[in-house]
Design a binder for this molecule. Structure first.
Ligand code: ZN
Length: 499
């Protein structure tokens, strides 16, 4: 028995914010899903907890070491330049250069994202089923979609943007790509238009039962949280909830919707309030810093710095100091919580002058996700605790798997760092979200997201600490597709809906 599946991704919705919204009645449609299904234990994002990284993890089931997407901005060694995905779809279209637009839409999907992994859309359509995506920007699929002949499409064509991308057969991406004419309101990525647009397209697709799998993406909560901080998003979350209500409306509401579809609701990452900024360049003073391919030459630079939101990476270029030396410099800067790097066969993470070393070890201690690790040094660095025989951390969700998931990525810097509570790192343009919210760190506030399932046949079995990398297998399993080693849906028993 298999179900059609709708995956709802609410960008930037931390688990604590959802809990408050549910308690205060701001999200009645999500509350109904929780009531008919399961709100799972806190789910961990990827590290860094930034949207391109985490949407790639949801789409492919892999952290950066598998997806190859290590950040919002990163240094591409083969080209000697920075990749910049922009802070949002809208911001990229409005303010970005052609290169940034190409990076965030075309290159992310067709050049940077690993060819060795499959997206959900490829997994679903390779099994002969129909996949759909609304405004989700890790969309790689098998169907060619030419630029839409709408005003923004005409503008994109004029400035030399690509003439087509490959996505799922039912594909909607703002005003640029539409596989079907739905009559949805225009969406240029600004002014609350994203979630309204998604709702209209989603309702159109549900009314036609036009997919086996649909990814329904709502970005407005993240945008509002950047502006107002994570405590100021309840009204915008209420509008996201209304968008979900509109999605389910052709079925007469949540109950009717769950008779036809299994639903997974998740976020990519949470957010933290920003009360201070730090400039990682100060930690690298005296070193020749690569700034951009226009202004500097990587062959004459010692290091490249990719900092954005609450995470940073340092890349070693010509005659760079050792990673351990660079890590010590970063560690001493106020605002840096922890630093990590690879050393020989293992990994090193440091905080406040203390050091922890770890490596994968089949005979080592288990974590809450069936990983096994040999750990030496000061376990207080990650506040590791052993409960029920498994190692975990309340301060840093799924810390060992997530740190290695970045450090083993071919496109990551040799040294990575995570911001402490309240701090944000200035990006290459010196911008920040002081007074608002940000994310990217290894800390729980940025990294703990809600995971709701409803309408599944039988129980949904997940590790004790779920991860957004479990979603790919969960969706494939519910659809009756069993990719090797990834399916996590429970045994199928009858047609009971809900828990
Ligand atoms: Zn964000």
């Amino acid at each position: 028995m298999s179900r059609k599946v709708v995956l709802i991704v609410v960008d930037g919705l931390g688990r604590a914010v959802l809990e408050r919204a549910l308690a205060e009645g701001h999200a009645p449609t999500i509350a109904r899903l929780v009531d008919r299904g399961t709100l799972h234990p806190p789910c961990a994002s990827s590290f860094p907890s930034l949207t391109p990284v985490c949407l790639s993890a949801i789409a492919t089931g892999r952290h950066p070491d598998g997806s190859f997407i290590p950040g919002l901005t990163w240094y591409r060694r083969g080209e000697g330049r920075f990749v910049e995905y922009g802070s949002s779809f809208g911001a990229t279209l409005v303010e970005g250069t052609l290169e940034s637009i190409n990076d965030s839409i075309l290159n992310l999907n067709h050049l940077h994202l690993s060819q060795q992994v499959r997206t959900l859309f490829e997994t679903v359509e390779d099994a002969g089923l129909v996949a759909g995506a609304i405004n989700f920007y890790v969309f790689r699929g098998r169907t060619r979609h030419p630029l839409a002949r709408r005003p923004l499409g005409a503008l994109a064509r004029r400035i030399g943007f690509t003439d087509a991308v490959y996505g799922p057969s039912r594909f909607f991406f703002g005003e640029l790509f539409q596989s079907d004419m739905t009559g949805a309101p225009a969406n240029i990525g600004l002014g609350g238009g994203n979630d309204r647009h998604a709702a209209a397209v989603g309702r159109w697709l549900v009314a036609r039962d036009g997919f086996d799998f649909l990814l329904f993406y709502l970005p407005e909560v993240d945008m509002a949280s950047h502006r107002s901080g994570p405590d100021g998003v309840l009204d915008v979350l209420g509008r996201a909830d209304e968008a979900i209500a509109e999605l389910v409306s052709p079925c007469g509401g949540v109950d009717g919707f769950l008779e036809r579809y299994a639903v997974v609701l998740v976020a990519d990452h949470g957010q933290s309030a920003v009360t201070a900024t730090a400039d990682l360049r100060e930690a690298l003073h005296g070193l020749r810093l690569f700034t951009s391919s226009r202004a500097s030459d990587p062959a004459r630079s010692a290091v490249a710095l990719a900092a954005s939101n609450r995470a940073g990476m340092v890349y070693r270029l010509a005659d760079a100091p050792p990673a351990a030396t660079l890590a010590r410099r970063l560690e001493e800067l106020p605002g840096v919580d922890l630093v990590a790097f690879v050393d020989g066969p293992g990994y090193v993470v440091r905080r406040d002058g203390r050091e922890l070393r770890f490596t994968r070890d089949a005979d080592g201690a288990p974590d809450l996700r069936h990983g096994r690790w040999a750990v030496t040094g000061d376990t207080d660095v990650l506040e590791l605790e052993t409960t029920g025989g498994a190692v975990g951390s309340l301060r840093y969700p799924n810390p060992l798997e997530r740190l290695t998931g970045l450090l083993d990525c071919v496109n990551a810097g040799e040294v990575v760092c995570s911001a402490t509570t309240g701090y944000e790192f200035l990006d290459a343009g010196g911008s920040h979200h002081l007074g608002g919210g940000s994310h990217g760190s290894l800390l729980a506030t940025d990294s703990t997201v809600p995971l709701v399932t409803a309408g599944f046949d039988g129980p949904v079995l997940l590790p004790d600490e779920p991860s957004i990398t479990d979603i790919h297998g969960l969706v494939a399993g519910a659809l009756g597709i069993a990719p090797a080693g990834a399916a996590r849906a429970g045994p199928v028993e009858g047609r009971t809906v809900g828990r």
